[in-house]
Write a protein that binds this ligand. Sequence first.
Ligand code: PLP
Length: 482
Amino acid sequence: MPSQYSKHLKMNSSEFRKFAHELVDWMASYLENVESYPVKSNVKPGEIFSKLPDTPPEKPESFENFFKDFINIIMPGITHWQSPNFFAFFPANTSPPSILAEMIISTLGVQCMIWETSPAATELEQKMMNWLRDMIGLPENFEGVIQDTASTSTLAAILTAREKTTGFRSNDEGLFNSEKLRIYCSEQAHSSVDKAVKIAGLGIKNLVKIGTRDDYSLDPEKLRIQIKEDLKNKLIPCCVVATLGTTGVTAIDPLKEIGEICSEYRLWLHVDAALAGTALILPEYRWMIDGKEYIDSFVFNPHKWMFTNFDCSAFFVKDASTLIRTFEILPEYLKTRTRGKVNDYRDWGVPLGRRFRALKLWCVIRMYGVEGLREMVRNHISIARRLAEMIKNEPDFELLAPVTLNTVCFRYKPSGANENELNVLNEKLNHTLNDSGKMYLTHTKINGKYTLRMVTAQTNVTMKHVMNSWEFILETARSMKA
Ligand SMILES: *Cc1c(COP(=O)(O)O)cnc(C)c1O
């Protein structure tokens, strides 16, 4: 017997069409007016939670009701990452082509775990990874796969390095009572390296953080000394994670020198270029991968700076067979007639189920063209340089790191204040700026100095936004009492 709700339980296509059209209007207006929202949400902890009912509705509700609550309850608790006044962290950019493709992806709702579960998804992914590889100048013998995040990609790299170093014994027998494998990265490397080393069962004590040079890039001489020392102590050097574009100050580790050491001692070289990888589409930034012949695996996030909405992390390996051997599983229900002839991406990383992310990349790359992408990225870099110039021209402000890409590190430094007072002052400045809702920026610590970081890489940022924000920073800083 049909229930009294049966007509609600399946939205008919005319209703779906109506809501979807209305929603697209809302989406376009949101993007048009995104600047009018406070950039950083200023709700208090628990505020949104307390406005939500404790129990789910027993009876079906309308989309209108759902949407009304989305606007009234949820939107005030949203931080607007797509605002051109968002200068915090690193960006998580979206763009109209990416959103359009994402609508198709959620409509198809396909799983891209093996070729058979949607051949087009696998083959488009394969082609997109080749396009990206060529766009950023990696050698042709690299193959790629889309992961959810750089953290997952780095985990996949470290697990593969572990298996290669132990001759696949760690997958078979486990790691207890075996020799200690050592992983190396700079003091400035991302915390995802720490996380991966812990999850991989290597022990966080075996992650060695190597000191940096004046520009905060990994010091290859210190790396060499550490490896020799470890060998003397019967530890087993396994993998170096080099960073292009560290999260604090976008330092670029010297790949060639690091690569030579990796090749001499036969270590896996993984490159974390989560943000900076996008800049490799510019010929003038290819110097960052001098030494690319030494790379074993490489990750960058189109979901950061390449206008492809989260999630989309591009992971490349030189020897896909070692990666696949690390992750391969073959239960009866996944045995197919095409196995071995096609890429079954479930064997290229941790998850089985995978979203159809390649479609977003295809739409973004086609609708901007590589030239269009280059232009947008170059514009962001030139905005950062001009901001740095403006900062240099103010005697009571100080630049704290070289500006390589899109990240400008600085602090307010009125005369007479000591280091401690400067830290307190800049922290207060940071909070005051963010609480205003006019802009959002985050901080880092450089040699104990509280440092403001302004990242000029949001899809729609222009020089005008940065000028206005800079004026606001000057005004706010100078009106503050120490
Ligand atoms: C952002 C970032 C990461 C982490 O990226 P996810 O995709 O969020 O995991 C890793 N490394 C660097 C250098 C980053 O900037």
